[in-house]
Design a protein around this ligand. Structure first.
Ligand SMILES: *Cc1c(COP(=O)(O)O)cnc(C)c1O
Length: 375
């Protein structure tokens, strides 16, 4: 099996039989010729069911995560919602307490309509996870590192707990794509990525991925739900994600290096009361992170001494870090998460989340220095 760097760099690259082109073709057709009695000579019927560009992208995504099968979706939320809706009716889900905020909103607002029940637990406390299990628990939903507190949970231990209870483990690994974290190799059953973030990598495409360790009945149910309910990514989105993947390992390396520099600078700053970055030895789960991650990613958050007002003032003085949501693109972003999450937020008021981009690290540190010094 090729190494991830090699797989990624050559994703979709082979001489096109028709033209010799090395860049993969973008096939926009909605329909494909079939025989009068409905046989599919090339395997394709209708774009919503499957299409060549999506198929090529899914094969690459499956290879990166060492998965039996990968499914592409138009957004990360569509991928996650499909994994949940494909569970047997009446299932109980354990959701980690620092999961992407919209999944917690989904659990509160939509789970009752879908016949699902949910318990929210701190996944860094394995005894609490064990205690929350029920006979009808079908899925443990982890996110590591988590958003926005960068909590790290022990994937192998959670997989053991899930399997011992007859449940599956899903890991939202959006902050740590396959090149730095391999949840399936650690025992997880499903990996979720928002491809909108690092996989696309340039802030110009949305997508979501479910990668499955086994091509089992849950994977089949997710596939069936996607093709019937219609959460199919556009071929152009699939093509952009495939293109993004080609430079993923190189970009991640740079994101990680820049984030480490920024985290170390912030950790030594008098006006910063906390830095949440799994690569720092002071991070409470640094040992788990070091054991299960190859590098620590490009995301971090920090707390400004003085709380909400001080944090908003620092964010407003930043020049290079743009105040914007999302992450994983080439440009650095800052966000006051509590403001964006609204009244139900549990995020500290003094917390700023950074998506550290691909600028020169000295420029990033200089911007933070002036923003923290001012006022
Ligand atoms: C952005 C994000 C999602 C949702 O993905 P979309 O592509 O915005 O739908 C899910 N999980 C995490 C950790 C994310 O950062």
């Amino acid at each position: 099996m090729s190494r991830i760097e090699t797989l990624a760099a050559r994703a979709g690259s082979r001489p096109d039989p028709a033209s010799g082109a090395l860049s993969p073709p973008l096939q926009l057709a909605t329909t494909f010729e079939h025989t009068p009695d409905g046989q599919l000579p090339q395997g394709f019927l209708y774009q919503r069911y499957d299409n060549p560009t999506q198929q090529e992208t899914e094969q690459v995504l499956a290879a990166l995560d060492r998965a039996a099968r990968a499914l592409l979706f138009p957004t990360g939320m569509a991928a996650g919602a499909t994994a949940l809706q494909a569970l047997p009716p009446g299932s109980h889900v354990l959701l980690c307490d620092d999961s992407y905020f919209t999944f917690r909103v989904l659990a509160a607002q939509q789970f009752p309509r879908w016949g699902l029940e949910c318990t929210i637990v701190d996944f860094t406390d394995l005894d609490a996870v064990r205690a929350a299990l029920r006979p009808d628990t079908a899925l443990l939903w982890a996110e590591t590192p988590s958003n926005p507190l960068l909590k790290v949970s022990d994937i192998a231990a959670l997989a053991d707990i899930a399997h011992g209870a007859g449940a599956r483990l899903l890991v939202d690994s959006t902050f740590a794509p396959a090149v730095i974290q391999q949840p399936l190799a650690l025992g997880a059953d499903i990996v979720l990525h928002s491809a909108t973030k690092y996989l696309g990598g340039h802030g110009d495409v949305m997508g979501g991925v479910l990668a499955f360790a086994d091509d089992d009945e849950h994977a089949a149910a997710c596939h069936q739900l996607r093709l019937m309910a219609g959460a199919t990514a556009s071929p152009f989105a699939a093509w952009l994600i495939l293109r993004g993947v080609r430079s993923l390992p190189a970009r991640m390396d740079w994101h990680c290096r820049n984030a480490r520099r920024v985290a170390e600078f912030l950790a030594g700053h008098a006006k910063v009361s906390a830095v949440h970055y799994p690569g720092l030895a002071s991070h409470p789960q640094h040992a788990v992170a070091a054991a299960q991650m190859r590098d620590f990613g490009g995301m971090l958050s920090f707390e400004v001494a003085g709380g909400r007002e001080a944090a908003l003032a620092v964010a407003s003085r930043m020049q290079l870090f743009t105040n914007a949501t999302s992450l994983g693109s080439t440009e650095s972003l800052v966000e006051h998460r509590a403001s964006i999450e609204g009244p139900a937020s549990t995020t500290p008021g003094g917390l700023l989340r950074l998506s550290v981009g691909l600028e020169h690290a000295d420029d990033l540190v200089a911007d933070l220095e002036q923003a923290l010094a001012g006022g």
